[in-house]
Ligand binder design. Structure first.
Ligand code: SF4
Length: 382
C-alpha cells in the first residue's frame, strides 16, 4: 500500500511518522505550490472553498508519484467539510486516477468506528506497534507546536530579519528526521534554544512592554497552511508583532479526536465564551473564532485577525459578530478572506495598515488594559 494524504501546514510530519510506523509506504505530496492550486482550481467547482481546491491538487500530485491509497479526515456539522471525502474521490476518479479512498470520520464518542477503520486498513499491525507509532507521531505534534509557538513570539524581536523563520525550518526538518521519541525531544530542545539565541531581549520596545500583540484565528485549514494564508504569521512577526495562534494540530486532535473519542469536552469550552454573541455551533471553527476573540480581548491583546476561505459559511457567521466583540472588548479585528485570486501585495498592505492603526491607537489611548479602564475609551470604537 502506498498511502497519501493532503497537506495542512506541518501535519505531514506526524502523519508520515504514524503511517510509516504502521508499516506503510508513505507518499508525501510535494509542498503546496502555485501548480498545486492550479490543478485544484481546474478540476473543482468554482464555488468550492479554497481548502478543497488545494487538497485536490495535493492528492493529484501524490497520485502522480505513485500513491494508491488516500486517507482523508471526515467531518460532521453544517459546513461542507463532511462531504469533502466523497467529493474529492469523485473529482479524482473523473481525472482518471485509480486509487482507494479511506475517510476517517470523527468518533463522536463511538470509538469502535475509528478502530474498525484502522483495523481494515492495517490488519497485520499489532497493538504495541500501533501504540509505538502513535507515541512517536504525538511527540512530533507537541514538538512542532512548541517550536511554531516560540517562533511566533520571537520574530518581532529577532536581530536579523528572517533568522527565526530559518531556524524554525531547520528545527522542523530535524523533528521530521527523528526516528525515536527521545530524538524528537532532542531536536525540539535544540530548535527552541536556536530560536531563543536569535532574540534581542534588550530591544527597547520589548523592555517598555509596547510590542503589539495579535491573535490569528479562523478556519483551521487556512490558519495552519502558510501557502493558503500567505504566511500571515511570519509577515506579522516581521512587522514587529507578537503573534498568538490558538489553533494548532495538538489542539485540534485533542478536541476532535481524543476528547471526542471519550465523549468529553476537556477544559476548552468555546460555547461559554462565544454565547453572548453566538449561541450555537455553526460548523467548522466559527464558534471557536468568536470565543478566541473574546478570550484575547479579555487578555488585553491589541488585535485579532480572522483568516477564512472565501464562501466559508462558519467564518461568514463569525465575521458578522466580530465587530461587536471588538467593541465590547476593545480589541481591533480584521478579516482576511482568501481564495485563488488573493494576491500577496494586497495581504501585505492590509496587514501593514492594521498594525499601523493599532500602533497609532496605542499612541493616542495607551495599551488596551489602560483604555478599558478609561471612561471615554469606547468612543474610539464607536
Ligand atoms: S469550514 Fe469553511 S472552508 Fe472549511 S470546509 Fe467548511 S466551509 Fe469549507
Amino acid at each position: 500500500m502506498r498511502l497519501t494524504f493532503p497537506h495542512m501546514g506541518t501535519l505531514f510530519i506526524p502523519l508520515k511518522a504514524l503511517f510509516t510506523g504502521l508499516g506503510c509506504d508513505v507518499v508525501v505530496p510535494p509542498p503546496t505550490s502555485k501548480r498545486t492550486l492550479e490543478i485544484g482550481v481546474k478540476h473543482c467547482p468554482e464555488f468550492a472553498c479554497l481548502p478543497l481546491k488545494i487538497s485536490v491538487g495535493n492528492l493529484s500530485e501524490a497520485l502522480d508519484l505513485g500513491a494508491d491509497t488516500v486517507i482523508m479526515a471526515g467531518g460532521v456539522g453544517p459546513c461542507r467539510f463532511g462531504f469533502y471525502g466523497e467529493l474529492q474521490k469523485e473529482i479524482l476518479l473523473d481525472m482518471g486516477y485509480d486509487f482507494r479512498m479511506v475517510v476517517i470520520d470523527p468518533p463522536q464518542g463511538r470509538a469502535r468506528h475509528i478502530l474498525e477503520s484502522f483495523k481494515s486498513l492495517f490488519p497485520a499491525v499489532t497493538l504495541s506497534q500501533a501504540l509505538h507509532a502513535a507515541r512517536l507521531a504525538w511527540s512530533k505534534i507537541v514538538a512542532i507546536d512548541r517550536l511554531e509557538s516560540l517562533a511566533n513570539r520571537s520574530r518581532a524581536l529577532e536581530r536579523e530579519r528572517g533568522a527565526v523563520s530559518a531556524a524554525l525550518g531547520r528545527a522542523l526538518e530535524a523533528v521530521d528526521a527523528a526516528e525515536t521519541v527521545e530524538g524528537v525531544w532532542q531536536a525540539c530542545e535544540d530548535g527552541l534554544a536556536a530560536i531563543d539565541s536569535l532574540v534581542d531581549a534588550d530591544k527597547a520596545e520589548y523592555a517598555a512592554g509596547s510590542l503589539v500583540r495579535v491573535a490569528v484565528v479562523g478556519e483551521i485549514y487556512v490558519v495552519l497552511e502558510p501557502f493558503a494564508n500567505h504566511c500571515v504569521e511570519r509577515k506579522l512577526g516581521e512587522l514587529g508583532v507578537i503573534v498568538e495562534r490558538p489553533l494548532s494540530i495538538s489542539h485540534w486532535l485533542k478536541l476532535n479526536v481524543l476528547l471526542d473519542f471519550l465523549n468529553m469536552s476537556g477544559g476548552f469550552r468555546p460555547g461559554e465564551l462565544a454565547r453572548p454573541y453566538l449561541g450555537h455551533t455553526v460548523g467548522g471553527h466559527g464558534r471557536e473564532t468568536v470565543a478566541s476573540a473574546v478570550k484575547y480581548g479579555r487578555q488585553g491583546y491589541d488585535g485579532v485577525i480572522q483568516v477564512a476561505p472565501f464562501t466559508c459559511m462558519p467564518e461568514i457567521v463569525a465575521e458578522s459578530v466580530l465587530h461587536r466583540v471588538s467593541k465590547d472588548h476593545g480589541i481591533a479585528s480584521m478579516s482576511l478572506v482568501v481564495d485563488e485570486q488573493t494576491g500577496e501585495a494586497g495581504v501585505v498592505t492590509r496587514l501593514e495598515a492594521f498594525v499601523d492603526m493599532i500602533r497609532r491607537r496605542r499612541l493616542a489611548y495607551g495599551a488596551v488594559s489602560q483604555r478599558l479602564t478609561a471612561k471615554n475609551a469606547m468612543c474610539y470604537y464607536d
